[in-house]
Design a protein around this ligand. Structure first.
Ligand SMILES: Nc1nc2c(c(=O)[nH]1)N[C@H]1C(S)=C(S)[C@@H](COP(=O)(O)O)O[C@H]1N2
Ligand SMILES: [Mo]
Length: 240
């Protein structure tokens, strides 16, 4: 097996409970499940961030999606501050580093072996247009989990091949509908829409959704450089 894709060390809640000798019902009956669970988690995962662990084990509520019939194939405009970068998908590697115990470099083939999530959501650009789009890709939370995030990781930086950069808060990054997408409307992502890999999420504005992502870096603090548009006055959180 590819050494990068060795089985994740993070355990599911059920495995964790099994390990600890507790059942889900005994946790529920104790009436203080979360604290008991925290105690167990603390012992089992010393190096992991408790809040990251909690977010990974208890995914946030998904945003309602649109039916396939609602897709607006022509409405997604291409928005790029620079020219479309030339990326060879064969040599492309996604780097995941920073505050992680297991830094990784993944090829597109590695990424496509991971579970595929598809969603139909609305993309909203602050320049006054929006489009209902279907995105297919891997959950960012799965990539972050594989890299074994450290206790102090609180933000995520995204570096793009065209010089674009972005930063996100950890809860939004771990949201179950925040994807690193490689498909658009059922087709492989086109170059101008961010191939081979881009962010796609129904909880953030268009400018937060970096295209041509080459590097994902977990950090404890944001630097003065927060994002390409943010550094020119756009709001950092950029929520929808
Ligand atoms: N790397 C990179 N990502 C980017 C941008 C960019 O210029 N470079 N523009 C952003 C903006 S403002 C929007 S609205 C969306 C547009 O995505 P699209 O071109 O696929 O419609 O990409 C976002 N991600
Ligand atoms: Mo945008």
């Amino acid at each position: 097996m590819d050494p990068i894709l060795r089985p994740r060390k993070l355990l599911t809640r059920r495995q964790l409970l099994q390990l600890s000798g507790l059942s889900a019902t005994s946790l529920l009956m104790s009436g203080c499940g979360s604290r008991l669970f925290d105690d167990v988690a603390q012992k089992t995962f010393e190096p992991l961030n408790q809040s990251i662990e909690a977010l990974i084990l208890n995914p946030q509520k998904p945003v309602p999606e649109f039916p396939i019939s609602a897709i607006e194939p022509k409405a997604l405009l291409v928005n790029t501050f620079n020219s479309v970068p030339d990326i060879d998908p064969k040599t492309y590697r996604l780097i995941i580093d920073g505050e992680v115990n297991h830094p990784m470099q993944l090829s597109i083939t590695d990424i496509q072996k991971m579970p595929l999530t598809s969603m139909v959501i609305r993309h909203v650009c602050v320049e006054g247009w929006s489009a209902i789009v279907q995105w297919g890709g891997v959950r960012l939370r799965d990539l972050i989990s594989l890299a074994l995030p450290k206790k102090n990781a609180r933000f995520v930086y995204f570096k793009s091949a065209d010089g674009y950069y972005e930063s996100w808060d950890m809860p939004s990054s771990l949201h179950p509908q925040t994807l690193m997408a490689y498909q658009k409307n059922g087709q492989p992502l086109s170059d101008d829409n961010g191939a081979p890999l881009r962010l796609a999420s129904p909880i953030k504005l268009g400018y937060k959704q970096s295209k041509w992502v080459t590097r994902i870096t977990l950090v404890n603090r944001l630097t003065p450089a927060k994002g390409y548009w943010e550094d020119q006055g756009y709001e950092w959180y950029g929520g929808l």
